[in-house]
Design a protein around this ligand. Structure first.
Ligand code: NI
Length: 390
């Protein structure tokens, strides 16, 4: 089967590069992926998949039904671009001023389509069903939620995802067991004291001093009350309060980001933070408000599905094509939203060029070694096959 898949992928490569360049030249912002979605739907229909459009606003679903009693595997790719002005010299540079596929979602969309093209030709050998999820609005960490809320994970037993990575060379695949990305939440704290003369602090409740205590307490409490093997970072990025140099501030408002890797840590964070802030404020007679907004959870790669990805890649391209990723990232990825519904695994597809400088994701000169497309499509298609047959 692996040889059949590789032959099909190599035969399709010119067409896939054409698709990727078309999508690259026509990038659309999060939630506005109308042309991309229509294009995706067209390609999926031409492969004989059952297609549903406008799922989760601008998302698309392609279904490959083979066996109503079999398992269903989902393959998720994302379609949106970024508000960045492209500065590459590519022939297929963005035609949409100020919008660029600088995160490689043009490649992801192509991988989803390429995998659908291959598996639709091999469907007689697949003892299960595949649902291709083309998600909008990943960059604003909302598209996965839109899709899941419309039931795209109903009946799904497992899910694969992929993200390109410029620091890994093309023709290789980055595999990570366990935590891949962090949970990313937003925190706002408002501290209300009482104004007064700067010369007579004892007649006032100094919100600035209490805010300083709150920040220090939170940072120290991370080191003393959180499991050091379950990393977390709390960064206050904005703070404002006070009116004049000689007036005690009656209010401070601050906001920050909270990142964590372990699901247990993530679960307990709102209560843990609220208790600490409350106790400091109570001690000094201030009032406080803690607004905690959960963002996306951490991507936790499932052991078995990750093994399938690793062995698919190894059988296809040999051991040297696999890079085991040693450390998770404290960045966020909304693939985790699907993992609330089924086990899954996301891999990193190397796209680094060997001869030229590799700019990072979200850079206006970000480029991709298109050799990666065949590697990605073969890995996904063969992993899907193995999912049903191993
Ligand atoms: Ni991305």
């Amino acid at each position: 089967m692996i040889n059949e898949i590789k032959t099909l992928a190599e035969h399709l490569a010119p067409r896939l590069i054409e698709i990727r360049r078309h999508i690259h030249a026509h990038p659309e912002l999060s939630g506005q992926e109308y042309q991309t979605a229509a294009y995706v739907a067209g390609v999926l229909s031409s492969c004989g998949l059952q297609v549903k459009e406008s799922v989760g606003k601008t998302g698309v679903i392609g279904e490959l039904f083979n066996n109503s009693d079999g398992k269903t595997l989902a393959i998720r790719t994302d379609m949106d671009a970024l508000p960045i002005t492209e500065l590459t010299n590519l022939d297929f540079v963005s035609c949409n001023p100020g919008v660029m596929h600088a995160c490689g979602h043009d490649v992801h969309t192509t991988l989803g389509l390429g995998t659908a093209m291959i598996l639709s030709q091999l469907s007689d050998s697949l003892p299960g069903n595949i649902r291709f999820i083309f998600q909008p609005a990943e960059e604003i960490a909302q598209g996965a939620r839109w899709m899941v809320d419309e039931g795209v994970m109903d009946g799904v037993d497992g899910i694969f995802g992929v993200h390109v990575f410029p620091s890994i060379p093309a023709r290789t695949v980055g595999i990570r067991y366990g935590a891949l990305t962090a949970a990313a939440d937003e925190l706002e704290i408002i501290i209300r004291g009482e104004s007064g003369h700067g010369a007579r602090p004892h007649q006032a409740i100094d919100a600035i001093w209490i805010a300083a205590q709150v920040i220090t307490t939170l940072q120290q409490a991370i080191s003393r009350t959180q499991n050091p093997l379950h990393p977390m970072v709390l960064s206050i990025g904005k703070i404002e309060g006070g009116r004049a140099f000689n007036v005690i501030a009656d209010q401070v408002r601050m906001s920050g980001t909270v990142r964590s890797l372990h699901p247990d840590t993530h679960q307990n964070l709102p209560e843990w933070i609220e208790n600490l802030v409350n106790s400091v404020c109570q001690t000094y007679n201030a009032k406080c408000e803690v607004n905690y907004r959960r963002g996306v959870p951490s991507v936790q790669n499932d052991l078995n599905l990750t093994k399938i990805l690793e062995s698919a890649c190894q059988e296809a391209w040999g051991r040297e094509s696999i890079k085991i990723i040693d450390e998770p990232s404290l960045g966020a990825e909304d693939f985790s939203v699907y993992l609330d519904k089924a086990n899954g695994s996301m891999f990193r597809l190397g796209i680094g060029k060997s001869e030229t400088k590799n700019y990072p994701l979200h850079h206006p000169k970000f480029e991709v070694d298109e050799a990666a497309i065949v590697t990605g499509v073969v890995t996904l298609a063969y992993a899907a096959y193995k999912y049903f047959t191993v």
